[in-house]
Design a protein around this ligand. Structure first.
Ligand code: DGL
Length: 285
């Protein structure tokens, strides 16, 4: 089916982490409308096998496509690393944008020394997509990756700052930053938050790794990549067009696979805006 500028942009994540990408897109493209799916019933994705992650990603995409979207953003690094080729093969006419390439682009732009650390889920680290994407842009880069799976559940519980968050960050990251620094060894100057949940922990992480380390994530670069595609394909929503379209300009609707009140609460916390009860719908994939 041919895409229309009036359709919403679809996004999905395993949970509320992808809202960090949605927030950047709404800031850059306030006149677009958005349909966001959080597969909270099956979170986390990052500890699952590649086969399971790919199946979940295909099901989430099918739900968004059924509701009609003009472009898909895979607002989850895990699903992007594992399932992007399968999604593009299944929906050849749909523009599918992942978050790993934009994250790698942001890292290569931010790092001066070329020593880049990546934190992500187990599945993302295991697949090595960030290393490949960074080395393709910057062949001499030294990339170190670390899986930080507990950051995901911590974020989903709204525990994004304070001693617990900092303690966990120290447990995961001290041997990449504090310990070598104390020995006088070189450490990365850039840390990629390679999971869309992690930008919410940026304060705690930054205090642990030190202010000299630039934290980057995919949100802003992904939003810019989407705008480029909409410009090229003339899929930008024309100002003032509202009649007969699924979502009016500037509006955002949410689908979740579990517990609407919880999704609403966390969504409001992370987006910093009220989600009216009728804008969050329970769906089965
Ligand atoms: N937010 C996701 C990511 O970017 C996945 C978290 C999870 O479900 O493990 O990788």
């Amino acid at each position: 089916m041919k895409s229309s500028p009036l359709l919403p942009i679809g996004l999905f994540d395993s949970g509320v982490g992808g809202l960090t990408v949605l927030a950047a897109m709404r800031a850059l493209m306030p006149d677009e409308s958005y349909l966001f799916l959080g597969d909270t019933a099956r979170l986390p994705y990052g500890t699952k096998s590649p086969e399971t992650i790919a199946r979940y990603a295909l099901q989430a995409t099918a739900k968004l496509v059924e509701r009609r979207i003009k472009l898909l953003v895979v607002a989850c690094n895990t699903a992007t690393s594992v399932a992007l080729p399968a999604l593009r093969a299944a929906y050849p006419e749909l523009h599918v944008v992942g978050v790993v390439e934009p994250g790698a682009e942001a890292a290569c732009a931010a790092s001066v020394s070329g020593r880049i650390a990546v934190i992500a889920t187990e599945a993302t680290v295991r697949g090595g997509a960030y290393e490949r994407a960074i080395l393709r842009r910057r062949p001499g880069a030294m990339v170190q990756s670390r899986a930080c799976p507990l950051f995901v559940s911590m974020t989903e519980d709204g525990l994004v700052d304070g001693p617990l968050a900092e303690g966990l960050a120290a447990r995961y990251l001290d041997d990449m930053f504090r310990v070598p620094r104390e020995r006088g060894e070189k450490t990365p100057d850039c840390l990629v938050l390679g999971c869309t949940h992690f930008p919410l922990l940026a304060g705690a992480v930054s205090r642990v790794v030190g202010a000299g380390v630039t934290l980057v994530d995919s949100a802003a670069t992904t939003a810019r990549a989407v705008r480029r595609i909409l410009d090229e394909e003339r899929l930008n929503r024309p100002a003032g067009a509202t009649a007969g379209v699924p979502l009016c300009a500037g509006s955002t609707r949410f689908l979740t696979t579990d517990d609407v009140p919880r999704f609403t609460r966390m969504g409001e916390l992370f987006l910093g805006m009220p989600l009216t009860p009728c804008s969050v719908e329970l769906v089965d994939l």
